[in-house]
Design a protein around this ligand. Structure first.
Ligand code: EPS
Length: 356
């Protein structure tokens, strides 16, 4: 499976092109849109989410809700673009400047792509960096993740993400209280999410090479999400503090494990237990009470850009992380079971289970 995404946060649309899907996979539009909606919800989200009602459009690769085995093109439009038609015009804008994005941004936010982005690419306007770096484009990865989950469902694999902590607080009420307190202080928060994949057969991924290891690939997939600063597989860092006798998952007859400290992954392969991974998100870098920065136009000390922002987006991250894990597992399953046609994929999975 391959994926290429494109699109700016306030441009006309976000796009994903998915390659390598078996033909004949049934997709349900409602399920894709439901995941897009889940990503937009969550306590502490930005007012931007009231402007957007993300839905998927398909431009290629699908006929009568079944994949054709050809590139599947998914589009999510940015409703907010109507306020940025001059500011984000792909071509030389026509007429007088109007709407948003008409003045260059020169106040980089610590923690965002702003400073390194303009230095790297030689942009004069921070907007030229922040638009693509924005977590808005996680919408396309969530749509792709919904497709991956449909493929995984064919072999009985389910993937679910959930928030564990917001700003160090646990439990629904604790997370809300922490969010309210940060909002009141015009500050932002991060948090921790967990994704569990059940029904994975043993042997997805491989120890043959670094790049084949599924734990490494899942870490890559999660670290690639905006604002993620840490990834843990199973008991992760805690395993470094216990003895071997308390760290490993002993094997019972029937080849089941008494514990799952490894998070379902040994030597870069699934071992038949649920895959458990966690991702840590830093606090969002757009603060209503801005951090110190430098005005790139004058070189003088100043304060960072203040725009509307989420207080926290940890629930959104849970959905995005679920999609990332689903995508990587679907990729590993497609490598293991092949399948130009969905029937071949399912039959190879069944034959493998019979063998083991
Ligand atoms: C984001 C900044 C905000 C967020 C955005 C990610 O956008 P805006 O500048 O338009 O208010 O709302 O996330 C989304 C739009 C989304 O759909 O998740 C950023 O800088 O990363």
């Amino acid at each position: 499976l391959g994926i290429v995404t494109a699109g700016e946060s306030h441009g006309p649309a976000l796009v994903a092109v998915l390659t390598g899907l078996p033909a004949g996979l049934r997709l349900d539009r409602g399920s894709v849109d439901a995941d897009l909606r889940r990503r937009q919800q969550g306590y502490g989200r930005s007012p931007r989410q009231q402007l957007e009602t993300d839905v998927v459009e398909v431009l290629s690769g699908l006929r009568h809700a079944r994949t054709l085995g050809t590139p599947l093109t998914l589009v999510v439009r940015n409703a907010d673009h109507r306020n940025w038609t001059w500011g984000m015009s792909p071509w030389e804008p026509e007429g007088e400047p109007a709407g948003k994005g008409t003045k260059p941004v020169t106040l980089p936010r610590p923690g965002h792509a702003d400073l390194a982005g303009v230095l790297k690419y030689g942009h004069a306007d921070v907007r030229d960096a922040l638009e693509r770096a924005s977590a808005r484009h996680t919408a396309t990865h969530v749509a792709a993740g919904a497709v991956a989950k449909a493929l995984l469902a064919e072999i009985g694999v389910t993937v679910a993400g959930r928030p564990l902590e917001v700003g160090g607080a646990r439990g629904e009420n604790g997370m809300r209280e922490a969010t309210d307190a940060a909002r009141k202080d015009r500050d932002t928060l991060g948090g921790i999410v967990e994704v569990v994949a059940s029904g994975c057969p043993p042997g997805l991924g491989s120890y043959a090479e670094k790049g084949d290891r599924l734990d490494a690939r899942l870490a890559f997939a999660l670290m690639g999400i905006q604002a993620v600063k840490g990834v843990e597989v199973g008991d992760g860092f805690a395993l470094a503090r216990v003895r071997g006798s308390e760290a490993h998952d002993e094997i019972d007859p029937g080849l089941v494990r008494r514990t799952n400290r490894a998070g379902g992954l040994e030597a870069g392969m699934t071992n038949g237990e649920p895959v458990v991974v966690r991702a840590a998100m830093k606090p969002l870098p757009t603060l209503m009470k801005p951090l110190d920065s430098v005005d790139l136009a004058s070189g003088e000390p100043s304060q960072a850009l203040v725009e509307r922002s989420d207080v926290q987006a940890v629930e959104a991250l849970a959905v995005v992380a679920e999609a990332a894990v689903a995508w990587e597992l679907a990729r590993a399953a497609r490598e293991k079971f092949g399948g130009d046609a969905i029937e071949d994929f399912v039959a190879a999975h069944r034959a493998y289970l019979d063998r083991i």
